[in-house]
Design a protein around this ligand. Structure first.
Ligand code: PLP
Length: 387
């Protein structure tokens, strides 16, 4: 049967493909450590599990309105008001099946054939494909050496075809968290070139420094009017399998995404909506413990990578480290490095090339300290053997 070229062009996600290879080796009896995970290794908080069960037992598993249940949209608006420091209303929020679904809905609503969309690299694997699927052209903008935004590169990349800018802070894969000054400069850049900003803030709750992470919506009225936030429950509440997230921004954008989804997918399932609402209203204590565990692992992995001799940009959030391999592997070919590491030491990690930045590799620390140490021992041996 013929697959439409629009879909046929879409490759399987590189991170999923790597994960599959690691599982294949493990199934064949190899001792494998897998540090490719993109999800918290914690269970979701008790309040979430109870709310999900109560929804089923209360026979409330029915269709909900296209933008999501009003009570959840209000809870999201309250959460955004608390965490982003500017007021939000339910009319600005459309609930989606996940952060990924929210991103694709926003991109389909905001970009069209002939448009360029600037993507600050390193960038999560799905951005490029989602922009292409929306008919627009992705334009990757390389980062500074510390993985922060390179403003000269941005100015060089923008053209009259550019309509928007995608940013992701805290960043997957580097853990970089934009400073307030950088956010203000990005907002100013967007204003000067009349761009929308799609801010993927899915890791916003997972930051490990004293200053809370910032959002472009807090950079003044103009920035607020041109910013669309994507966030969700997956990382903050360890709810990856619930598949629930949202788009929040100007009401006309939230409405457009709801109309689109009303035809394509319908609203997300009722169980996850009630479970997410419970999490947002309760701010469960488990989140604090999870953040504390991630912070301890972050400190540990950065220290050990330095001992191994790998320079690693400071990672202030998310649960990834993104060391530079070029000092020990001069070609910087991250695909080859990861393949050789998997074959020689049984350690699975993700090449930076998957995120548009070769010469680096991504290690996830969403795993126990024991597994992390086992993985880092293997990496250390591999690097030592490179001579
Ligand atoms: N954005 C980034 C940067 C991510 O890393 C992920 C998941 O790995 C998502 C969005 C989507 O998360 P989900 O679809 O589970 O809500």
């Amino acid at each position: 049967m013929r697959i439409s070229p629009r879909v046929d062009r879409i490759p399987l996600s590189r991170t999923l493909a790597l994960d599959a290879r690691a599982k294949e080796l493990a199934a064949a009896g190899r001792d494998i450590v897998n540090l490719t995970a993109g999800e918290p290794d914690f269970d979701s908080p008790a309040v979430v599990r109870e709310a999900a069960k109560a929804c089923v037992d209360g026979a409330r598993v029915k269709y909900t309105p296209a933008p999501g249940r009003l009570a959840l949209r209000q809870a999201v608006a309250g959460y955004l008001t608390r965490t982003r420091g500017v007021p939000f209303e339910a009319s600005q929020v459309t609930v989606c099946h996940s952060g990924k679904h929210a991103l694709s809905g926003a991109l389909l609503a905001l970009s069209a054939e002939g448009d360029d969309v600037l993507i600050l690299e390193p960038a999560w694997v799905s951005y490029v494909e989602q922009v292409r699927f929306a008919g627009a052209t992705p334009v990757g903008v390389p980062p500074r050496a510390d993985m922060g935004p390179d403003f000269d590169a941005l100015e060089a990349a923008v053209t009259s075809k550019s309509v928007g800018l995608m940013i992701n802070s805290p960043n997957n894969p580097s853990g970089y968290v934009y400073t307030r000054d950088e956010l203000a400069r990005l907002a100013d850049f967007a204003q000067r070139h009349d761009l929308w900003i799609l801010a993927d803030e899915i890791y916003g709750r997972l930051t490990y420094e004293l200053e809370p992470y910032g959002s472009p919506v807090a950079c003044g009225d103009d920035a607020r009017a041109r910013t669309v936030i994507v966030d969700g429950a997956s990382k903050t509440y360890a709810m990856t399998g619930y598949r629930i997230g949202f788009v929040a921004g100007p009401p006309e954008v939230a409405n457009a995404v709801a109309r689109l989804h009303s035809q394509l997918t319908g609203a997300p399932n009722a169980i996850s909506q009630e479970a997410y609402e419970a999490a947002l209203l309760a701010e469960p204590a488990e989140v604090e413990s999870m953040v504390a565990a991630f912070r301890a692992r972050r400190d540990h992995i950065l220290a050990r990578l330095a001992d191994i001799g790998l320079r690693t940009p400071h990672a202030g959030g998310a649960f990834y480290a993104f060391p530079d391999i070029r000092d020990v592997y001069p070609t910087g070919d991250s695909d080859r490095f990861c393949e050789a590491l998997l074959e020689a030491e049984g350690l699975a990690i993700v090449p930076g090339s998957a995120f548009g930045v070769d010469g680096h590799v991504r290690l996830s620390y969403a795993c126990s300290m024991e597994v992390l140490d086992d993985g880092l021992d293997r990496l250390g041996r591999f690097v030592a053997a490179l001579g």
